[in-house]
Write a protein that binds this ligand. Structure first.
Ligand code: HEC
Length: 108
């Protein structure tokens, strides 16, 4: 028993550094990340950490269509997020917003 416990930290360390040993965490795709930075979304949203606004994985869990996300970014509905301050309408050119919305709507 004692021995097993002693090996535990080592095992955890190994697990942490073994690539692709578990299903990959969701990641922000390389073509979307710079847009989130460019339009300042990163000030209030992170992938899986609550900031001022909900984390992207929580937004993804709402299973919105891309079209609906585009509407909500241009015209937020704070009632969808009790406990959060209201988001101000965000001005993002359609082509870029489409990329962001497609990603959010495709999140599992
Ligand atoms: C100043 C902080 C802030 C910034 C900047 C910001 N958001 Fe938000 N966002 C919020 C908050 C707070 C909420 C939850 C309340 C709400 O929807 O009004 C939210 C909600 C959302 C939602 C969910 C909408 C819904 O009704 O479910 C989406 C999608 C979203 N933000 C996308 C974006 C995108 C894309 C950008 C960048 C263009 C952005 N946000 C920038 C604070 C922010």
């Amino acid at each position: 028993m004692k021995k097993t416990l002693a090996f535990l930290p080592l095992l955890l360390l190994l697990a942490a550094f073994t690539p692709a040993s578990k299903p990959a965490d969701p990641e922000i795709p390389a073509d979307v990340k710079p847009l989130l930075e460019k339009y300042g979304c990163v000030a209030c949203h992170a992938l899986n950490r609550k900031l001022v606004g909900p984390m992207w994985t929580d937004v993804g869990a709402k299973k919105y269509s891309a079209k609906r996300i585009m509407q909500l970014v241009a015209k937020p509905e704070p009632a969808n997020w009790p406990g959060y301050p209201p988001m101000a309408a965000q001005k993002v050119p359609k082509a870029d917003l489409t990329k962001i919305a497609n990603w959010l709507s495709s999140m599992k």
